[in-house]
Design a protein around this ligand. Structure first.
Ligand code: GLA
Length: 380
């Protein structure tokens, strides 16, 4: 049974007829621009064909009744309750409702059943997909679509900040809401101006290799990285690292700790790499795109220190197999590598990555071929 049928069937079993309305939103990849979003830099993500899908029907009350098929848990909460539910998945839905109301939007009680195929903890932003799915749906159902897509992305982001303990940037929610099939999005996280770049390379594909090392950003040093960046910006008297050149950072080196220096150096270099990759893509120069991806990995591993042994190993396998570009993707501390692979070595790379990883770590990684797809939407 496909996801849509399963959700429909479960909804009617749980809440009775008639059916509600179906909505979906997507996980994301990011070609380059990691840990730059909360530094007001550039990112280059796209939505993928892995989604969270929810059926929703207003229930005429002030309560939400929600069932997660994948986690097999049920939760009820009142819209005026102050305390968020204890289940982490339900906190996202609760947070989105509360944030919409804080933004002056309307939310009434509803029943919902949802499921998804975005791998959890793989760095593909399953949480942003969940937030965006509900933010988009509640905007359609109770606000006649009057909340802008920018605000919907912000609502998802502030849900993370206020209910989930992750002080994230805007990239994931933006990609999930604004995603467009066949296009990456170059987003300027300072003013949220953005541009769609067609992305359907003739001779390359994007492959994700999921180490299945799980990470939880809330308990990981993600927030600490952000604090380092903000400390350096303050020391240099600028609003964010967006405004700092490498020369300025080097000149101020003695005034900041060595660790903070390395964090900031990575961010400043990464900010510039995104623009470099965008123009290389425009020229069809995939070799340059790949070089930048490896450079990002180096920075994330050595200077920003958000990689781990398993992911460094996977990037090494990619390099040795002749993959054009590879790096850890997302917040870090586990999850996936993203690989720009020439079609002629696609199968060999996957076979090598699976074999060598299993020999060393005792389990095979999971492989996903990326399809760049639409973001938040109503499902017909
Ligand atoms: C997580 C966060 C994003 C971004 C990335 C790193 O996915 O949610 O805001 O900071 O990490 O680029």
């Amino acid at each position: 049974m496909d996801m849509k049928e399963l959700i429909r069937k479960t909804f009617v079993e749980r809440f009775g007829a008639p059916e509600g309305q179906l909505f979906a939103s997507a996980g994301r990849i990011n070609l380059i621009g990691e840990h730059t979003d909360y530094n007001e830099g550039f990112v280059f993500p796209g939505a993928i064909d892995k989604v969270i899908m929810a059926e929703i029907r207003p229930n005429g009350s002030h309560s939400v009744r929600a069932l997660s098929i994948d986690i097999d848990e049920y939760c009820e909460f009142g819209l005026n309750e102050e305390d968020a539910p204890s289940q982490s998945w339900a906190r996202y839905i609760f947070g989105v409702c509360r944030e919409i109301m804080k933004h002056g939007g309307k939310v009434e009680g509803f029943d919902t059943v949802f499921a998804g195929n975005v791998p959890l903890g793989a760095g593909l932003s399953s949480s942003a997909a969940l937030e965006s799915c509900f933010a988009f749906a509640l905007n359609e159902l109770f606000n006649a679509g009057s909340i802008s897509k920018f605000e919907l992305a912000r609502i998802g982001q502030s849900t993370e900040h206020n209910y989930c303990g992750v002080n994230c940037g805007i990239m994931d929610q933006f990609a999930s809401v604004f995603g467009k099939a066949g296009h990456l999005i170059r987003l300027d996280c300072r003013d949220l101006s953005y541009e769609y770049f067609p992305f359907s390379p003739e001779h390359h594909s994007l492959v994700l290799v999921d180490s299945r090392v799980k990470h939880e950003l809330k308990d990981s040093p993600y927030n600490k990285r952000r604090e380092s960046c903000e400390r350096v910006a303050r020391a240099l008297g600028v609003p964010s690292l967006r405004d700092v050149s490498l020369a300025e950072l080097n000149a101020a080196r003695v005034t900041i700790s060595d660790e903070d220096y390395r964090r900031a150096k990575y961010v400043v270099e990464e900010r510039d790499r995104v623009l470099c990759v965008c123009s290389a893509l425009g020229r069809g120069d995939y070799e340059e795109v790949g070089r930048m991806m490896y450079a990002t990995h180096e920075g994330l591993s050595k200077d920003y220190e958000v990689s781990c042994e398993e992911l460094d190993f996977l990037v090494d396998v990619a390099r040795r197999t002749g993959v054009t570009g590879a790096r850890i993707m997302g917040g870090g501390f586990g999850g996936c590598t993203i690989n720009l692979v020439e079609n002629s070595i696609h199968d060999r790379f996957i076979a090598e990555a699976c074999k060598q990883f299993a020999e060393k770590y005792g389990h095979e990684p999971k492989i996903y071929d990326v399809v760049i797809s639409d973001g938040a939407r109503r499902v017909e």
